[in-house]
Design a protein around this ligand. Structure first.
Ligand code: FES
Ligand SMILES: [Fe+2]
Length: 351
């Protein structure tokens, strides 16, 4: 049993912030992540950065100001900050009033930009000292760090992070939630899969796909499939045939306690990929909307019921998610190595 009202978000961990293409050179983007207002920017030279989106003078969001591709100037009294969050100018000061401007620096965040995505390291609230990341940002397997996604689509779910993650990991909901002609029929099949622990998560061992969604025929032949999950809410699904590779990267990022962004991306080596591109947003939208719609219904019930039941084996992935999260939290609090609660196991379910 899990208490649905036990709400906490992991810290000292990398979260997916936004796709790189949403942050253009010489521009800024304001976004709330984990209840923190953050100003993302990209300098004229192309370097992405993130600082707290609050002016330390009188708390006006810096995103309301003017960015010249180098420094951001607050719209209220014109204080200026650079990409490191350092306060570099207070226009109202007389020459003889020079002072140590570093008292007014705004906090900056560590970012990593790989494979067309910007990841942000969210430290503890007090930030002192900032603990270095224990693990790197997840990579889309089979592609190098410069590879960009072919397609990227984000949808906001009106729920707490855990409900979005558990919904996306859940193997038993497909026949009831994803009823689309292009995906699957509604008869149930037996699934038997091996799972292994993997860094900060687990992996469904690579297997030949038997009961696959119809859309997979698009990549030709009978493919192999491998799915990995990483904390705090990242899933990669690799589908390969002898010649082709398609990887779906799904990232889940908490905006506030009851708003969560789900970003769905595809990476591929497909010669006819460009033909699919205009169609895919439609399919992704209707697929994610099915997940979102059921989560919205769940929100209605959660107002009255705070206990979630997890059964074997179909809810084992959800159980692992809660255990992984708890272990990450404890290992941080106790300042020790993370010990995976996941053991190699075969799981069986009907879906
Ligand atoms: S509030 Fe930003 S400069 Fe005064
Ligand atoms: Fe789903």
């Amino acid at each position: 049993m899990v208490a649905a009202n036990d709400i906490y978000l992991l810290r000292n961990i990398w979260y997916h912030a936004l796709p790189s293409r949403e942050l253009k050179r010489g521009q800024v983007v304001a976004k709330v992540l984990l209840n923190e207002p953050i100003l993302f920017g990209r300098t004229r030279q192309g370097q992405a950065f993130a600082i707290r989106d609050i002016c330390p003078h009188r708390a006006v969001p810096l995103s309301c100001g003017r960015y010249d591709g180098d420094t951001i100037q607050c719209c209220y009294h014109g204080w200026r900050f650079n990409a490191n969050g350092q306060c570099i100018d207070i226009p109202s000061l007389m020459p003889e009033q020079a002072m140590d401007l570093s008292r007014f620096d705004v906090p900056r965040y560590d970012l990593k930009e790989v494979q067309g995505n910007i990841w942000i390291y969210m430290p503890d609230g007090d930030r002192h000292p900032v603990r270095p990341p224990r693990f790197d940002v997840p990579r889309v397997p089979g592609f190098d760090d410069t590879q960009l996604p072919a397609i990227s689509y984000t949808m906001r779910f009106p729920c707490y992070l855990d409900h979005a993650v558990v919904g996306l990991l859940d193997p038993a909901h497909s026949p009831f939630v994803h009823r689309s002609w292009w995906w699957r029929s509604d008869s149930l099949n037996e699934e038997i899969k091996w799972f292994d622990p993997s860094p900060y998560g687990f992996t469904m061992r690579k297997h030949r796909m038997a009961n696959m969604g119809r859309a997979y025929w698009l990549i030709g032949g009978v493919p192999h499939n491998e799915i990995s999950f990483y904390l705090p809410g990242v899933r990669t699904e690799e589908t390969t045939t002898d010649q082709y590779r398609v990887v779906n990267l799904t990232t889940v990022t908490p905006i506030t306690e009851d708003q969560t962004d789900v970003t769905f991306q595809f990476y591929w080596h497909l010669p006819w990929g460009n033909v699919l591109k205009p169609l895919l947003p439609f399919f992704i939208h209707s697929f994610l909307k099915q997940d979102r719609d059921v989560v919205i219904k769940q929100q209605q019930g959660l107002q009255y019921e705070s206990v979630l039941r997890l059964i074997k084996d179909s809810d084992t992935l959800a159980r692992w998610y809660y255990q992984l999260k708890q272990e990450y939290q404890r290992s941080q609090q106790e300042d020790r190595e993370f010990v995976s609660p996941v053991k190699t196991q075969q799981l069986k379910w009907r879906a």
